[in-house]
Design a protein around this ligand. Structure first.
Ligand SMILES: [Zn+2]
Ligand SMILES: [Zn+2]
Length: 142
């Protein structure tokens, strides 16, 4: 599966079995993505590689540690490697939609926007699970 940003100057590839998606409804993700939530995947570092444009990535880090990586040309959200763990967060909307994916978990539902109606039957967590709990929730079906 490949993905890229709006202008196409940053692109990447994911190999291996894809996990499911999760959606974070927290206020930080809302501001960062400009909508009700952020939808993403967590990929093992060895299954992710940049194809072009990694050096065009810019970062913004809030004092709390919340980090957003984006294309310095078009501003699109781009994959964001965890600094201290062997995983990469990948924004689902940047992927070429070439295979079926599903949302397995909604997180930070307790702080969602009043106008955000979650219609899927996926698991809902009121707060932010730990990274390992989240990886477990979005593990591919076997
Ligand atoms: Zn771009
Ligand atoms: Zn969030």
């Amino acid at each position: 599966m490949r993905g890229d940003c709006l202008c196409g100057e940053i692109s990447f590839e994911i190999v291996g079995t894809l996990p499911k998606l999760y959606q974070c409804h927290c206020s930080l993700c809302r501001k960062q993505g400009g909508s009700s939530s952020n939808t993403g995947l967590i990929i093992a570092k060895e299954n992710f590689r940049w194809l072009i444009g990694e050096e065009k990535t810019s970062s913004y880090v809030k004092a709390t540690g919340f980090r957003s990586d984006f294309c310095s040309k078009c501003g699109s959200v781009v994959p964001n490697p965890f600094r201290d763990k062997p995983y990469v967060w990948v924004p689902a909307g940047s992927l070429d939609d070439t295979m079926p994916l599903e949302i397995a978990a909604h997180i930070c539902v307790g702080s969602k926007a009043s106008w955000d109606l979650i219609s899927s039957g996926a698991v809902q967590c009121d707060t932010m699970p730990t990274l390992l709990e989240l990886i477990d929730l979005i593990a591919p079906s076997t």
